[in-house]
Ligand binder design. Structure first.
Ligand SMILES: [Zn+2]
Length: 170
């Protein structure tokens, strides 16, 4: 027969393990959600969204990767204007000299604008975005929904996850 004290101890032990597991789990989730991209990408994302938000009617984007020494490079793309129903989407480097130093591409990112109160833009990745990702295996693709404050992660195999912008920037 277990004494009351023994039972109490085992309850405490189980509780401790459960708490430890919960903490570990949340650390792992945070790692998986926020730290899969370099911090430079988060800064570039903030800049791209700020720029797109000036009118809510154009896209901003960038490519990221590494130079020959392994440093993270952000290749900012030219602004991509929106028409009446669609926005242009292509990555043309504003500074080709940075693009020239890129030896490996890790990802592509662009903002889906928040709109101007009259026009509304689709926030999740478009069919074209998914096709683009399918044509660039090994690269991570990110779409930032400036209106719905979501970040979409996808690659050549499809959608990976959707998280809140706040989580992404942590
Ligand atoms: Zn898009």
């Amino acid at each position: 027969m277990k004494t009351c004290l023994q039972i109490l101890w085992s309850v405490i032990e189980v509780t401790f393990i459960a708490v430890a597991l919960a903490v570990l789990f949340s650390i792992c989730v945070a790692a998986a959600q926020g730290q899969t991209v370099p911090v430079e990408v988060k800064t570039a994302a903030i800049n791209a969204m700020k720029a797109s938000d000036t009118d809510g009617m154009h896209e901003e984007g960038f490519i990221w990767g590494r130079d020959a020494l392994g440093n993270v490079l952000i290749v900012v793309a030219n602004s991509m204007p929106c028409g009446k129903t669609t926005c242009e989407e292509h990555y043309i480097a504003t500074d080709p000299s940075i693009l020239a130093r890129l030896v490996s591409v890790e990802g592509f990112a662009h903002v889906h604008p928040r709109g101007d109160g009259i026009h509304k833009w689709v926030q999740p990745p478009s069919v074209e975005d998914m096709t683009f990702a399918a044509d660039s295996p090994g690269a991570l693709n990110l779409v930032f929904g400036s209106e719905n404050k979501r970040v979409y992660f996808f690659d050549d195999k499809g959608m990976i996850k959707i998280i809140r912008l706040k989580e992404f920037l942590q």
